[in-house]
Write a protein that binds this ligand. Structure first.
Ligand SMILES: *Cc1c(COP(=O)(O)O)cnc(C)c1O
Length: 440
């Protein structure tokens, strides 16, 4: 594998390793699965990011989703700077959080009320607590390979970094905290029916990624989400759609919007959001029907709180970002995503590398396998050893991909023809490297 040295990043990484476990503050940033030194970024501009060694990359991670408008979009930066000048946090209600709540409610029809939090993890954790409080039940159904943040009860058979590092589960999560978590294969309705037949009266909710994108991208089979909703309701349980990644990314109204376009007769009871809605600052949310949300303190008895929830800087970044996300942006994101898929797929095919292009809206990833991927066991069966060689060849030529074969790729509104050309120029050598890679 052709791993280029990165001396300035290495020097920073050495300092980081001394003070931080593994040298990173979130495991997905590590290069453990691909080898080499994680690149320490110092600045971003539109579709580009620049590292400590002064190398500039086409960014296909976009801070794992939030930078949907590209880096340093002028309107967002100006709004943040104006907010900073007024003060950074008050610990009181403020207009920014009302505006962000209104923007979310206006975009997503089943969301009548929202509660703002600071991370997607808090959003899913709180949504589950609310579902349990609302139903008076304890059990939660989740799917293998779906990631809902590092909530103890949801770290069973999780995706994202847990999948990348091939961890069976997280240690430190006690059996008692996952005892009420029922873990099922994704896209398998028979397994869901069986779980409800056995435990239906105890199940508070089903939580699923609206479209799975933390085990690589694995879209729900047509009708899967609606069937989950129907099964849950038949048994008096709630259906929680985790849109932390897909929300405001795949359409104005996220994955819900794509599904509602063909069938608006049903909707999730609760939805969770994060990533895009903070515009690059920490902001996340959960929301749903008023009748359910009213169970939250101080209106109701389900406690949930946060010192920095609805922070004025984060909410202004989020509102400004969401207001810029119009239909033209989503059309462009779809076109750019399709173009990248074709460029990469053609290059892999030219080198005879078996692969699947996995797509959910404008989110996509590639699996190194001939077989279709509909659930985690199939994602895991890919020839992931090819990814490291592919990744480093792209990196060497100035294209920054997620450092894992199990993560989605993200495009932004700032990506255009020049970036597509740069990707197209880089990918033949990367495809060759993938073809030449051998199993460890
Ligand atoms: C990223 C993500 C989370 C966790 O969000 P954080 O802000 O990292 O805590 C939860 N669910 C999904 C689907 C995600 O992609």
């Amino acid at each position: 594998m052709n791993i280029q040295p990165a001396p300035a990043s290495q020097a920073l990484f050495d300092r980081a390793l001394a003070v931080t476990p593994g040298g990173v503050n979130s495991p997905v940033r590590a290069f453990q699965a691909v080898g080499g030194t994680p690149r320490f970024m110092v600045s971003g501009d539109g579709p580009y990011i620049t590292d400590a060694d002064g190398r500039t990359y086409v960014d296909l991670v976009g801070s794992w989703g939030p930078m949907i408008l590209g880096h340093r979009r002028a309107e967002v930066i100006d709004a943040i700077q104006a907010a900073v000048a007024r003060g950074t946090s008050f610990g009181t209600p403020g207009e920014g959080e009302v505006a962000l709540g209104e923007e979310i409610v206006a975009r997503i029809q089943p969301v009548e009320q929202v509660r703002l939090v600071s991370s997607g993890t808090e959003a899913t954790m709180s949504a589950i607590r609310l579902a349990r409080g609302f139903t008076g039940r304890t059990k939660v159904v989740k799917f293998i390979g779906c990631y809902h943040g590092h909530v103890d009860a949801l770290l069973a058979a999780a995706g994202s970094g847990v999948a990348t590092l091939a961890l069976p589960d997280s240690s430190g999560v006690s059996a008692s905290t996952t005892a009420d978590t029922i873990v099922l294969p994704y896209n398998n309705l028979a397994a869901v029916e069986a779980a409800f037949a056995a435990h239906g009266d105890d199940i508070a909710c089903i939580i699923t990624e609206a479209a799975a994108a933390n085990m690589g991208v694995v879209p729900p089979a047509p009708g899967f989400n609606k069937a989950l909703h129907d099964i849950a309701h038949r048994h008096g349980a709630l259906f929680i759609s985790d849109e932390v990644m897909t929300g405001f990314r795949v359409s104005r109204a996220g994955w819900y919007g794509l599904e509602a376009a063909t069938d608006a007769t049903w909707a999730p009871d609760l939805l969770t959001f994060g990533k895009v809605m903070g515009g690059g600052l920490p902001a996340a949310a959960f929301g749903g029907r008023r009748e359910i949300m009213q169970h939250l303190a101080p209106a109701g008895s389900v406690y949930q709180a946060g010192t920095l929830s609805g922070n004025p800087i984060a909410t202004v970044a989020g509102v400004t970002t969401l207001r810029l996300l119009d239909d033209a942006v989503y059309a462009r994101l779809n076109d750019t995503a399709a173009a990248v898929q074709k460029i990469v797929s053609d290059a892999l095919a030219a080198e005879g590398v078996a692969h699947q292009v996995a797509v959910a809206g404008n989110l996509f990833s590639f699996f190194f396998t001939d077989a279709p991927v509909t659930q985690y066991a199939e994602a895991k069966a890919q020839e992931a050893f090819r990814f490291g060689a592919f990744f480093h060849e792209m990196l060497n030529q100035g294209v920054y991909l997620p450092p894992s074969a199990f993560e989605a790729w993200f495009v932004s509104n700032a990506h255009g023809d020049a970036e597509l050309e740069r990707i197209a120029a880089a990918v033949p050598a990367a495809a060759k490297a993938a073809a030449a890679a051998s199993a460890p």
